[in-house]
Design a protein around this ligand. Structure first.
Ligand code: ZN
Ligand code: ZN
Length: 357
């Protein structure tokens, strides 16, 4: 389906949702790519690998010709957003814009890859926690084509995207996440916040691998990775929602799902997400204080068994570890071995998370 949204100023945005095939309990639903019909129209995101062609057909249905577009902006470097990019660029010669970190991380650096089998993976995938059974099917072909793309780096603030269009670097879900603010009336948020789904946070631990690539630009892990970084990004977006309460939110998943629209209220949804992370921290501290201190034990006790099937287990571990990193930082947990914890008796996270700036 193709959906046209008309903002109060008259600006049209076409929603172009392309399918993802992941399913089961972690189903994201389609990726919502958008064509923003600004003075120089442009596309945000390109769907997953193999969906470039479908995206072009949807643009055709919307009456948007590739030659009308100035560029495609990538919200962040996850495969369900840039997988179709190389295909799209090959068919249309569109220019690509993305955060500078994206430009660095899609390249291969065989001499500093953390493990031998990662030598032919781009740096953005060195920390990926998905098993080989997943990436062999879903990722290898896409990496090969992506690394040759030319990318124009975009930072935070006003830039050359168009009148009243501002990008905002809001890392945490991924180090290169960009939100796109359209005047005072809309924000395209990628996966920074979603209806129905709580986007997964990255882990500080991932910095070790990519420090050699992004270190000169971002010397501190906490600037671009980890739960605290993610929560700070949500806070920043919340301030935008406070300043402009009528701001419309265009998320990258679940905008329309199971036969219904999920309209997102910016500040309300961010409050729900922050509360979710406070509750998850509380649950982890409780589990650890009952003597179940390894990441596997916490995962088993915290998640429903149905969520731990296949790749679900790796996502659940990532989720728990990112919270444990924050809890260790705050002194509420002590790491007694690799990914093994003890409680300290404090619950500082409650106060800290609700007052983060
Ligand atoms: Zn994502
Ligand atoms: Zn996504």
């Amino acid at each position: 389906m193709v959906v046209r949204f008309r903002l109060p100023s008259g600006l049209d945005i076409f929603g172009l949702p392309t399918e993802n095939f992941y399913s089961g309990n972690w189903d994201l639903g389609p990726t919502w790519n958008y064509a923003v019909m600004a003075d120089t129209p442009f596309l945000v995101d390109a769907g997953r690998y193999g969906r470039g062609d479908q995206l072009l057909k949807m643009m055709d249905t919307a009456g948007v010709k590739p030659s009308d577009l100035g560029f495609v902006l990538i919200s962040h470097g996850h495969e369900d957003h840039d997988g179709g990019l190389a295909e799209l660029v090959a068919m249309t010669s569109l220019k690509v814009k993305a955060h500078a970190i994206y430009d660095l991380l899609i390249r291969q650096y065989p001499e500093i890859a953390p493990a031998d089998y990662k030598r032919h993976f781009p740096a953005k995938c060195w920390h990926c926690f998905m098993p080989e059974s997943f990436y062999a099917v879903n990722c290898l072909g896409y990496h090969r084509v992506l690394q040759h793309l030319e990318v124009e780096a975009v930072g935070s603030g006003v830039n050359s995207l168009g009148t009243d269009i501002v990008t905002c670097h809001l890392p945490g879900h991924s180090p290169d996440c960009l939100a796109l603010i359209l005047g005072e009336e809309a924000v395209i948020v990628g996966d920074i916040l979603l209806p129905q789904i709580t986007p997964w946070p990255t882990r500080l631990e991932m910095y070790g691998d990519i420090a050699g690539v992004v270190g000169p630009m971002f010397p501190e892990a906490a600037e671009i990775l980890g739960l605290q970084c993610y929560l700070q990004s949500l806070r920043q977006l919340r301030r935008l929602g406070m300043a402009h309460p009528d701001m419309q939110v265009f998320p990258a998943h679940r905008f329309y799902y199971d036969g219904q629209w999920n309209v997102v209220h910016l500040t309300q949804r961010i409050d729900e997400l922050i509360e979710h992370h406070v509750r998850r921290c509380a649950a982890i501290v409780d589990i650890v204080s009952r003597g179940h201190g390894t990441v596997e034990e916490i995962v088993q006790r915290h998640f429903e068994p149905s969520l731990l099937q296949g790749p679900g287990k790796h996502m659940a571990m990532n989720e728990i570890l990112s919270h444990c990193e924050l809890l260790v930082d705050l002194g509420d947990l002590v790491e007694t071995g690799r990914h093994q914890y003890e409680g300290s008796g404090t619950r500082r996270f409650e106060m800290v998370i609700s007052t983060l700036e």
